[in-house]
Write a protein that binds this ligand. Structure first.
Ligand code: FAD
Length: 292
């Protein structure tokens, strides 16, 4: 199903993100995680994409299996900055042939010290969005950054560039992770003032590893509020305690988001179905899981 149709039909959507295996040895475990996650009956499951390195075919393959084998709506991430326009067009056709109807159109990260590609290839996500829109047949999502993208001069300029993505044909947005809901509410207010009125789904990261989250937040330009830092300080070296506290924190964040009218929750599952499962069980009434 197209995700814009899901947004029209449901009060709140629940979705999961998985990442593809980097080696053939871990392929089976990723499929097993996807199978477990699909049993939780999310509205869709997204698969991240890494250009090059021989893993991009795994993203397409797993998105296709989510859609066809696990009978769950798939959202295929697709980053454009490291590929030619011809390569990207080929992937889009392959996704269409495999029945995938939703693409999260991204620029992708530029390696530190390297230049933008030349030769007419993509520089920004809005160009990819425009091309997919022109082709037709896909519901298109894009990324947004409640605390601003790491390369942006300021949040206002970031929202102006975000508007270009929306105007190029993007149907919905998924946020970068954030740990203070007030940051999202302020971002949504500013986005709406700039005329961005498409559905925005909140990306929620349940934290289960202290070292990993500090690195990820630095890369993602996501700040850690004092309440969250206290959890890391107290439980950072006790994995089971941190996992419980991380699940409780994410649960509380989601309850507040839904109470304040947010229409979509996207869990960054890190391929851990048990963590996602605990959060979904905590929220089965709030998310109306039983009536799906
Ligand atoms: P853009 O929207 O193109 O923005 C990139 C930067 O350029 C921003 O600073 C923006 O303000 C600026 N900009 C935009 N337009 C212009 C313009 N016209 N002129 C000047 N500056 C401009 N990465 C992956 O590699 N694979 C994934 O699967 C993946 N999934 C993601 C999922 C989500 C929900 C999120 C939030 C991010 C994801 N990323 C992924 C990371 C993403 O690729 C990086 O954050 C990347 O640096 C920016 O991608 P973008 O699509 O937001 O780029």
């Amino acid at each position: 199903m197209r995700i814009d149709t899901l947004h029209q039909n449901q009060d709140v959507t629940l979705s999961f993100e998985v990442f593809p295996p980097k080696t053939a040895a871990t392929y089976a475990s990723v499929i097993e995680a996807v199978e477990h996650l699909s049993r939780r009956r999310p509205d869709y499951i997204s698969v991240t994409y890494a250009a090059g390195g021989g893993t991009s075919h795994n993203s397409i393959d797993i998105a296709s299996r989510i859609q066809n084998q696990f009978a769950t709506t798939a959202l295929a991430h697709l980053s454009c900055v490291s590929s030619t326009r011809g390569e990207i067009a080929g992937i889009v056709e392959q996704l269409a042939r495999n029945g995938v109807e939703n693409i999260l159109a991204l620029r992708g990260d530029i390696a530190p010290g390297s230049d933008f590609p030349s030769g007419g290839n993509y520089r920004y996500a809005y160009e990819l969005i425009g091309d997919i829109k022109k082709r037709g047949g896909f519901c298109i999502g894009a990324a947004c950054y409640p605390e601003g993208h790491a390369e942006s001069r300021n949040k206002e300029q970031d929202i102006e560039f975000l508007k270009m993505k929306v105007d190029s044909g993007c149907d919905f947005l998924i946020t970068q992770m954030f740990f203070d809901n007030n940051i999202l509410y302020s971002f949504l207010y500013n986005a709406l003032r700039k005329g961005i009125d498409i559905p925005v789904t909140a990306g929620i990261m349940p934290v289960t590893s202290a070292g990993q989250i500090v690195r990820m937040c630095a890369l993602a330009n996501a700040s850690l509020p004092p309440k969250f830092k206290a959890i890391l300080d107290k439980f950072g070296d006790r994995p089971q305690a941190l996992k419980q506290a991380g699940i409780a924190y994410a649960t509380e964040q989601i309850v507040d988001l839904i109470a304040n009218g947010i229409k979509g929750i996207h869990l960054y599952t890190m391929n851990k179905p048990d963590v996602a499962g605990s959060i979904v069980s905590n929220l089965s009434g709030v998310l109306d899981i039983d009536t799906r």
